[in-house]
Design a protein around this ligand. Structure first.
Ligand code: NAP
Length: 247
C-alpha cells in the first residue's frame, strides 16, 4: 500500500480523492490551507473506517510550508509515493481588463507555484535516483485550460495551461526515475469553488453547454485520479484524462 499527499483535500475533489485512496488501503495526508474542521472530520471518518490518515495544514504557495508538509508526512506516515496536486483557487468572475496584478499573481502563486513546489518536493522523496521507490503524481488541471474561461477567469485558465505544460515536461524529465506524471481536466464539478467565484449556482447556468447536460460529481473526478495513480496506469505518463461530460 502507498503513501499519498492530496493537497486541498479538506473538501471538494480533494476530499473525494483522499477518501477513495484510504478506502483502497493507502495512507493519506489530507492537506488544507485554512479550514481545519472539515479536514479533521475527514481524517476521523477515514480512521473510523479502519484507514490511516493525518491532516496537515500548509499553504502550497509557501515554500517553507510545503517543505515542512513533506517532512511531516515522511515522519508520520512514511516515504511519499503518490502526490495529487489538487489545491487550486479562482477569484471573483471578472473580465481580464478589470483584473489587478495582485489578483493575477495570487492565482498563479497557488495554482502554478503550488503545483511546482509540491512536485519538486515529491520528486526528492520518490525518485529512484535518490533511493526512493518511484511514484506517481497527478496534477488537477481544468477544461478551462482549453476553453480559456472568457468573462469569468482567464487568469485561472492561464494558470491551468501552465499546469498542463509542466505536466508534459516533468513527465519526460522523471520517467526514468520511476515517476509517472499525469493530469486530469475536470469540467464543471459540484464543489464550493463556484461560490468562491461569486456564483454558487454557476453549474445550473452553464450545464446546458455540456453534451451530457449536467455537472459532474467530485467522486467521478476522483475515480480518474485514483486510476492514474494506480499500477493499472503503469504505462501512462504525460497524459490527460478529461472528466467533463464531453465539453
Ligand atoms: P474547492 O471545493 O474550492 O476546495 C479547494 C481546496 O483547496 C480546499 O481544501 C482548500 O483548503 C484548498 N486550498 C485552497 N488554497 C490552498 C492553498 N493555498 N494551499 C493548500 N490548500 C489550498 O475546490 P474544488 O472544486 O474541489 O477544486 C479542486 C481542484 O479542481 C482545483 O485545482 C480546481 O482548479 C480544479 N477544478 C475544479 C473544477 C470544478 O468545477 N469544481 C473544475 C475544474 C478544475 P481550505 O478548505 O482550507 O481553504
Amino acid at each position: 500500500m502507498g503513501i499519498a499527499i492530496v493537497t486541498g483535500a479538506s473538501r471538494g475533489i480533494g476530499a473525494s480523492v483522499a477518501s477513495r485512496l484510504a478506502a483502497l488501503g493507502h495512507s493519506v495526508c489530507v492537506n488544507y490551507r485554512q479550514q481545519a474542521d472539515p479536514a479533521n472530520r475527514l481524517v476521523e471518518s477515514i480512521v473510523n473506517h479502519g484507514g490511516q490518515a493525518i491532516a496537515v495544514q500548509a499553504d502550497v504557495a509557501d515554500e517553507q510550508q510545503v517543505v515542512q508538509l513533506f517532512e511531516t508526512v515522511n515522519q508520520q506516515l512514511g516515504r511519499v509515493d503518490m502526490l495529487v496536486n489538487n489545491a487550486g483557487i479562482i477569484e471573483l468572475q471578472s473580465r481580464l481588463q478589470d483584473m489587478t496584478l495582485q489578483r493575477f499573481q495570487h492565482v498563479m502563486n497557488v495554482n502554478v507555484s503550488g503545483t511546482f513546489l509540491c512536485a519538486r518536493e515529491a520528486i526528492k522523496w520518490m525518485s529512484t535516483a535518490n533511493g526512493g521507490a518511484g511514484g506517481a503524481i497527478v496534477n488537477v488541471s481544468s477544461m478551462a485550460a482549453k476553453l480559456g474561461a472568457p468573462n469569468e477567469y482567464v487568469d485561472y485558465a492561464a494558470s491551468k495551461g501552465a499546469v498542463d505544460t509542466m505536466t508534459v515536461g516533468l513527465a519526460s524529465e522523471v520517467a526514468d526515475q520511476g515517476i509517472r506524471v499525469n493530469a486530469v481536466r475536470p469540467g464543471i464539478i459540484y464543489t464550493d469553488i463556484h461560490a468562491s467565484g461569486g456564483e454558487p449556482d454557476r453549474i445550473e447556468r452553464v450545464k446546458h453547454a455540456v453534451p451530457m447536460k449536467r455537472g459532474g460529481q467530485p467522486e467521478e473526478v476522483a475515480e480518474a485520479i485514483v486510476w492514474l495513480l494506480s499500477d493499472s496506469a503503469s504505462y501512462c505518463t504525460g497524459s490527460f484524462v478529461h472528466v467533463s461530460g464531453g465539453r
